[in-house]
Design a protein around this ligand. Structure first.
Ligand code: GMT
Length: 380
């Protein structure tokens, strides 16, 4: 298909490691791969998973001018100006912004500026979680978040739980479409990594894995608490992947508790599927989780999940089938369930079920849902 006949989508997201940026980047890449879209990423840095630029994937950097007068450089204004510029010069058909703060409000401003010049640009906003459940509901942002949700042409949320929380928190009337997170099963699949497994678990220990950005909401302490209880009963190791504010304190805790032989902190890893390929159980005890993309990535690599019963996790994990969920903080129950899964008599079935469930979220099933919504937005 000629570039001129492809739909041109501007994608705005946070480029850092983190669920919303990953979803936005993978969605953009998948859209471009269909041959029906040109995708223009508009961000302050090249998104971490945007490794491939082609004649249908482009990256536009938001330039932020600082000035000694500014204590806080006005990023939202720079972003809105960049959106205006890219829409005009790349002749975009639609903007898809991921994360309400500040992307949806910047998109509103860009839309108004373009309208004043006689150019209409529909805006699709995807809500991911922390933009609503943690940061967005704070009174210092809430009126702007509510307004920009109402003003978007189409709004999506990554789970029914997040949709309902958005209605409850902001009282918005706008229809919110649920489009769950998705997975590329070509990339996320169990790989043969026996040598890696032997290096970590030389005596056939069971391997628990957690990946996150180590923010408080992830409750990484509970991961370690679950692991300690599991290790009391069976030989086990724990891999903690990622980095963030809680990491240093936890590393210290593991040193003090003499856990350092069995708990390894791997930091940020690009090829996360290689680590997941050797895992037996994935642990996600978050206080809040609007969907739980990291759990889906684990399941696609045949890893059952021990999680908290919060947010959108019950929409992903089937209790007692592809994993188990417990009340937030209930590390005793999580450890009991982990031991049940790790029993050799149960583990193979849980692994099979985790993969079966993950297949329901394959990108090929979810992409058309976004495409239908784009076409709806274009009619507005
Ligand atoms: O929680 C994270 O690790 C990052 C966070 C974000 O804001 O990027 O992820 C949120 O969006 C993901 C993609 O839609 C969801 O899978 C995560 O569940 C969600 N995180 C929370 O709700 C805490």
């Amino acid at each position: 298909m000629q570039n001129s006949s492809r739909l041109k989508i501007g994608v705005v997201c946070y480029p850092t490691f983190g669920g919303s940026g990953v979803v936005a980047t993978e969605l953009g890449k998948a859209l471009a791969e269909t041959g029906r879209y040109c995708v223009h990423f508009i961000t302050y840095d090249q998104p971490s998973r945007l490794d491939l630029l082609s004649n249908s994937v482009f990256y536009h950097k938001v330039d932020i001018q600082t000035y000694p007068l500014f204590r806080y450089p006005p990023y939202e204004l720079a972003l809105a100006s960049k959106m205006v510029n890219v829409v005009k010069y790349e002749k975009l058909d639609l903007l898809h912004v991921h994360y309400a703060i500040p992307h949806a409000s910047a998109a509103f401003m860009a839309k108004q500026i373009l309208a004043s010049e006689g150019r209409h640009i529909p805006v699709v906003t995807t809500l991911h979680g922390t933009d609503i459940t943690l940061v967005g509901k704070d009174p210092s942002y809430a009126p702007v978040v509510a307004f920009s949700i109402e003003q978007s042409d189409i709004v999506t949320a990554v789970s029914a739980s997040l949709r309902d929380e958005t209605y409850d928190t902001f009282g918005v009337k706008k229809e919110i479409h649920v489009v769950p997170n998705f997975i590329d099963l070509e990339r996320f699949k169990k790989q043969k990594k026996e040598h890696f497994k032997r290096a970590i678990c030389p005596n056939g220990e069971k391997l628990l894995v957690h990946t996150s950005n180590f923010r408080k909401v992830k409750r990484v302490d509970d991961v370690v608490a679950v692991f300690e209880r599991v290790r009391e009963k069976i030989p086990a190791k724990l891999l903690l992947v990622g980095d963030g504010p809680e990491r240093r304190r936890l590393e210290q805790y593991c040193q003090e508790k003499g856990l350092f032989e069995d708990v390894r902190f791997l930091g940020e890893i690009e090829a996360i599927e290689e680590v997941l390929s050797v895992a037996d159980v994935f642990v996600m005890p978050s206080a809040k989780e609007s969907f739980g993309l990291a759990a889906l990535e684990a399941m696609a690599c045949e890893v059952p999940v021990i999680a908290s019963n919060t947010g959108g996790l019950p929409e992903l994990i089937e209790q007692g089938i592809s994993g188990f969920m417990s009340q937030v903080e209930d590390v005793e129950d999580m450890a009991k369930n982990a031991l049940f899964i790790l029993d050799d008599a149960n583990l193979p079935t849980f692994k099979t079920q985790a993969l079966r469930r993950a297949k329901e979220f394959e990108v090929a099933h979810i992409l058309p849902q976004y495409e239908d919504l784009y076409h709806l937005a274009l009619k507005k």
